[in-house]
Design a binder for this molecule. Structure first.
Ligand SMILES: Nc1ncnc2c1ncn2[C@@H]1O[C@H](COP(=O)(O)OP(=O)(O)OP(=O)(O)O)[C@@H](O)[C@H]1O
Ligand SMILES: Nc1ncnc2c1ncn2[C@@H]1O[C@H](COP(=O)(O)OP(=O)(O)OP(=O)(O)O)[C@@H](O)[C@H]1O
Ligand SMILES: [Mg+2]
Ligand SMILES: [Mg+2]
Lengths: 250, 250
């Protein structure tokens, strides 16, 4: 069974890239076959995976009909990567002008991975939409702050609309609370709101604010490799465990 | 002299909205005539300004040739606002399809404000580009973290390209260090890198991480109104002072 997971939230800076990279590393650490795809022109996930941002992004796969396998690189963190980079800006225009929506879903179907994790940019643009078409499940990282609550229903509505039009098997699979500092009341209040409104979706694993998670990318690696004993690394290992349990119990 | 200031950075969650709203409130507190424009479909700045997100966004001004003055609302925080909202997603498509780039610059030229502050979404899309065309100066909020350094040169290059093609009088006027926690080494290292690479651009005022800045939007106001004695509010008052000094000394 192949799980294609989009990490998405149009709110910026909520921990999408940090979640994509550390989840990929945690799943790879449990001997699973994992591919990380960087769909953000910023290329932050590529940096954290230790693979240079380069011009062999998905843009060539779409525009020159190249085989997606030629763009897969082995990362030093035990999982495979398709890097991102600035040429993804051209890909966004290309998908729109050539009506290539849904191409990523086709390209991923022959690939043999147990998990494919897609990092997306902070916007519901063509690149994020491609990942929502291709995904079998979406995880929504969310900071427990006021602005974050505002954007979440429009993302959930977008996914449900695609699903109702039979364009995708995707569904909102979970909401991940990130950068949580339970000492402050705002985080507690927002967290309680989330549990009230989305009881079945909110994962139990809380990702704490932990500077080791922010330091790891400057070493071109995940916190799991950089500092496995840190609270951040342990939280993402626990998240991988909860994800697998929730998948297995359907 | 009218100052039209874009608050921009395609990296998400770096404090663009928090800077736009608190800078507008701080400048209004010094009896200056200020307009805040929310160009983000998320509408976070509208929420923090205490004005409901509504459908009278700039989309009507562009598509129905309405007068921009009809869309200006008085906020409870002492400055005027043009709210954002989901219809800005349609505006982005409209600008591209109808080649309406540069329209905002025209619409703003008859307005009589000393400061016009524009909050932008986390991407270099048509909405952000409109603000970069219209602006006379751009402030770049930046978290002192590793990923933030990666995106900054592509933003600076975009602004310099527009300026060299005589499309705008805009220039990168300053880099604002936000959510700074000087207890952690990563922030110190990144901050020193910034001072080394951009010595003339980095503002001296540091905005500290302060939970009052994150709480204020849930009360529909800026930290300056919500908790004027807080470190966050004081930092933004200091920022307004440094901005005015730098403008006056040319
Ligand atoms: N749990 C955490 N503890 C401390 N720092 C974190 C944590 N998660 C993420 N960060 C840091 O916070 C910043 C934002 O996180 P990240 O870049 O992963 O968010 P994002 O949603 O991918 O942002 P964008 O919207 O720009 O894509 C980064 O500098 C990252 O290193
Ligand atoms: N100095 C600060 N101290 C504490 N919290 C802050 C500070 N500045 C911003 N925040 C909080 O951090 C989060 C991100 O800030 P904000 O939304 O202003 O960033 P942004 O760049 O506008 O994000 P986006 O890219 O989504 O537009 C918000 O929840 C905000 O309340
Ligand atoms: Mg990211
Ligand atoms: Mg914002």
């Amino acid at each position: 069974m192949k799980h294609i997971i989009a990490i998405a939230n149009q709110k910026g800076g909520v921990g999408k890239t940090t979640t994509a990279v550390n989840l990929a590393a945690a799943l790879a650490a449990t001997k699973r076959n994992v591919l990380l795809i960087d769909l953000d022109p910023q290329g932050n996930a590529s940096t954290a995976a230790g693979t240079p941002k380069n011009d062999r992004t998905l843009f060539q796969v779409y525009s020159q009909n190249l085989n997606i396998n030629e763009h897969i690189i082995k990362s030093p963190s035990g999982y495979d990567v398709i890097p991102g980079g600035e040429s993804l800006i051209a890909l966004e225009v290309y998908i729109r002008n050539e009506s290539k929506q849904g191409e990523l879903k086709k390209q991923l179907s022959p690939l043999e991975y147990e998990f494919i994790i897609m990092d997306t940019p902070p916007s519901l643009n063509q690149l994020t939409l491609e990942s929502l078409f291709a995904a079998t499940a979406t995880l929504i990282p969310l900071q427990c702050e006021y602005y974050s609550l505002e954007g979440i229903s429009s993302l959930i509505n977008t996914i449900n609309t695609l699903k109702n039009k039979n364009l995708t098997e995707n569904r909102v699979f979970g909401i991940i609370r990130t950068m949580v500092d339970m000492r402050n009341n705002l985080a507690k209040e927002v967290s309680e709101e989330l549990e009230k409104h989305f009881p079945a979706l909110v994962f139990n694993t809380l990702i704490p604010r932990n500077v080791k998670l922010a330091e790891a990318p400057s070493h071109g690696t995940s916190a799991i490799q950089y500092m496995p004993s840190s609270f951040g690394a342990k939280a993402y290992l626990a998240l991988a465990g909860e994800l697998i349990r929730r998948i297995e119990s359907g």
